[in-house]
Design a protein around this ligand. Sequence first.
Ligand code: NAD
Ligand code: WQD
Length: 330
Amino acid sequence: MSETVLVTGGAGYIGSHTAMALITAGHKVVVVDNFVNAKPDALSVVAELTGVEIPIIDGDARDVELLTSVIEDHGVTAVIHMAALKAVGESVEMPLEYYGNNLETAIATLQAMRDAGIYKFVFSSSATVYGDPESCPIPEDASIGATNPYGMTKEMIEVIIRDLAASDDRWKVTALRYFNPVGAHESGKISEAPLGKPNNLMPMIMEVATGKREKVMVFGDDWPTADGTGVRDYIHIMDLVEGHVAALEHLDVQEGYEVYNLGQGEGVSVLELIRGVEEATGMQIPYEVTGRRAGDIAECVADPSKANSVLGWKTTRDIAQACRDAWNSQ
Ligand code: NAD
Ligand code: WQD
């Protein structure tokens, strides 16, 4: 069934790519974003690429009345909730802003949905809820325990939507635990363009490749991994957003609350990712090994088999393509 999907935070990196995937799959998209970490151009590019105008409401996802009227005015039938602050380090320094923004946007969005009488909800959670995992690959039923305020907001919202689904069987709610999204749409026209200094590895490597920064600082080469640098599960952004389309469409047959890992299922080290970008660009990426970053972990790799079997979703793009597409978008 074709849905009209409100994407909160839809002007951001994942939101703009999600809009692309939803429209490509035949759904309609409406965005509410306050542009605290985005610029409107990403969505103009999506409109240009798809030939479909996307209504964009410049507003705060903590505003229940605004959200209710957006849902009613646009005939919204489902919500993908992405509006959040997402920098782990900043969340340690500004916990009130993170708990305030991330919990309030989620609760306000759910209240607006209930007020408007719609019950299909997909939530942007994160592998960060697993904290320092006991072993990899990580299945959804592994123990969880976020180690920073940002991650705690994701963990708390998962509990809220689980309890909500248990309270009223009209709710169909899914939490998607993303591993490390990288890359860009194949057109190269939508990119990850964080405002300010990048926190994540791929945008940092891109800034070195484009000459904005001299070198990548590699946070430790003494981790218990094959080459001593941190290992993560980097997933191509288009694979990730196609996982959202699959999760949304699966709500038609879903009962209550479900959680899925969205990851590639393969570990890649910091040095391997740098090498991947070197191959994609034909350039040498200078780097320097420095101390470990506070709060980092050695390894975080998904077991994506639940999403593979239940949602019928699989990644189809490898890390080499993610590096090429990330570079192409620059
Ligand atoms: P992003 O910062 O690019 O997008 C988030 C968007 O939310 C931004 O456009 C921002 O302006 C908007 N926003 C924030 N607070 C808002 C508010 N109160 N009202 C309206 N809009 C608001 O980040 P992203 O990487 O696209 O992440 C999207 C979602 O996925 C977030 O919930 C994030 O926590 C989650 N996530 C991201 C990653 C990642 O590595 N990028 C990994 C796991 C989970
Ligand atoms: C990846 C690897 C670093 C930058 C974070 C959040 C997580 C999720 C994704 C939202 C690690 C190393 C990094 C650099 C480096 N976001 N690194 N030099 O830490 O896996 O996850 O983003 O939910 O919640 O915690 O991603 O890209 O920051 O780091 O050496 O300049 O790269 O130590 O091993 P991370 P990342």
